[in-house]
Design a protein around this ligand. Structure first.
Ligand SMILES: *Cc1c(COP(=O)(O)O)cnc(C)c1O
Ligand code: SF4
Length: 449
């Protein structure tokens, strides 16, 4: 098998290295300049494996993995683009460029869905517990500080703000004790989701310090340990030939043996990510531990806004023993204008893809918007009492009572997010609106206190 004799080393490229990527040297100079402009504002990071094995350079710039990892001019609106381009052309001072980039970033809704104020729990004295998010009763998210980067960055990333060095935008914690204390006092929590960035950039020893203590009897209520990762796509060697790959496999085996569910929430956007030998070897290795790999990822223009791509990806996942889990709607942040797909179109893509696959691949839910009130799924377009409507439901909600109740929006084929939709049938409010407003007020008041 390729790569097993001498394990490849991880080699990463950022904005400074754009001129050092041989495949880019073959592209027009104007295109490299555009990439420099965009990556002055938005994070850019790619590695040798993605460049050499996932991108088909004959298809650039249309290649989906190129679009997934390399900055594109259209990601900034023309006014923002020109502002930064002019400074670079004029050879402006570093500080001036940095200030302009910062101003543009702040115009890009760096914190969608009120994440900072609405989801961060507090201790008894009201101190914010950095690195923990607790939005839905049964699931706690934890952001270990060593896992707040990724092996490469997705151009559409909704966590982009934390990768551009703005400390106040980071949500990380290095305190295993903070997590463990929180879980000890919250018996309603059954699932812990380690997320980032990508927790799989961490050394196994770090991961172990967070996870292993959860096997103690006092954490009997924690039934599932989920780890969100894109390493299966961006650096599968992590699971196969990395020096602590064995230790990671052993750790996951111990968790499974202790009777807990281990779920790798693998981020995939395209079947091309599943096609290399090393990607398949990594999947095989992880599955051999008893962990279940579930696949999720957003639907994004220029990368996967095509039912055939989703059908082939889901079918391939099932063949490899992966369970398709979520199709997400691209969030309202960062370069969303470049990547967004109207909700009605998203549903059509979902539906057409579903029609092409077997029942085993029809486990993916979606298209789902992770909005502040909850995860809202677009169930379809239909007609009720003579009115064309979009049927919706909560898959997750701030109040579990909202979950699985159908509700209806006026038909709108341009809307790309929940806040663009209006209730159908001339109603003034959503059924959950007053209650959500009350929850929101209470949370914001607590955050200010
Ligand atoms: C999606 C999500 C979860 C997990 O939801 P499931 O439907 O159980 O996968 C937990 N917390 C947050 C903030 C989420 O967005
Ligand atoms: S893997 Fe996830 S966190 Fe990392 S850049 Fe991609 S979308 Fe963002």
């Amino acid at each position: 098998m390729k790569g097993q004799a001498s394990p490849p080393t991880f080699k990463v490229y950022t904005q400074r290295d754009l001129d050092r990527i041989p495949q880019l040297a073959a592209l027009p100079e104007a295109m490299r300049f555009e990439m420099k402009v965009v990556s002055t504002v938005l994070p850019f990071r790619v590695n040798q494996y993605v460049i050499d094995e996932l991108i088909d350079w004959r298809q650039v710039p249309a290649d989906p993995i190129f679009q997934l990892t390399f900055p594109q001019r259209g990601m900034l609106d023309p006014e923002h683009y020109e502002r930064i381009a002019a400074l670079l052309r004029a050879g402006a001072e570093k500080d001036e460029i940095a200030a302009a980039a910062d101003a543009v970033r702040h115009a890009l809704n760096p914190h969608p869905a009120d994440q900072m104020e609405m989801n961060m729990p507090r201790d008894e004295e009201g101190h914010r517990l950095d690195g923990i998010q607790h939005k839905y009763r049964e699931t706690v998210l934890f952001f270990p500080s060593q896992g707040q980067t990724c092996h490469a960055y997705c151009t559409f990333c909704f966590r982009w703000a934390q990768f551009v060095g703005d400390k106040e935008l980071r949500m990380a914690s290095s305190e295993a004790a903070v997590l463990h204390n929180y879980l000890r006092t919250h018996p309603e929590v059954t699932d812990v989701l380690f997320t980032g960035g990508d927790p799989m950039v961490m050394k196994t020893a770090h991961l172990q310090s967070y996870i292993e203590p959860l096997l103690a009897p006092e954490f009997e209520h924690i039934r599932s340990i989920r780890i969100g990762t894109k390493a299966l796509s961006f650096w599968p060697h992590r699971f196969v030939s990395a020096e602590d790959a064995e230790a990671l496999v052993a750790l996951l085996e111990r968790v499974v043996e202790a009777g807990k569910q281990v779920a790798l929430m693998a981020h995939y956007n395209h079947w091309k990510e599943l096609d290399t030998e090393v990607a398949q070897a990594a999947i095989h290795r992880l599955r051999s531990t008893g962990a279940v790999i579930r696949a999720q990822g957003p639907l994004v223009a220029h990368i996967n806004d095509d039912p055939a791509v989703w059908a082939r990806m889901w079918q391939k996942q099932v063949e490899l023993g992966i369970v398709p889990y979520y199709m997400f709607v691209e969030r309202d942040t960062g370069a969303r204008h470049y990547f967004e797909v109207p909700l009605v179109r998203a549903w059509e893509i979902y539906r057409e893809a579903m029609q092409q696959v077997s029942g085993l691949a029809r486990t993916a839910r979606g298209p789902s918007m992770s909005a502040s009130p909850g995860k809202v799924e677009i169930q379809g377009v239909t007609e009720v009492a003579g009115e064309k409507v979009i049927a919706l439901r909560f898959i997750q909600g701030r109040n579990p009572d909202w979950v699985q109740r159908p509700f209806f929006a006026r038909y709108d084929d341009q809307a790309t997010w929940l806040n663009h939709l209006k209730p159908a049938f001339g109603e003034e409010k959503w059924f959950w609106e007053d209650e959500y407003a009350a929850i929101r007020q209470a949370r914001l008041a607590a955050a200010r206190a």
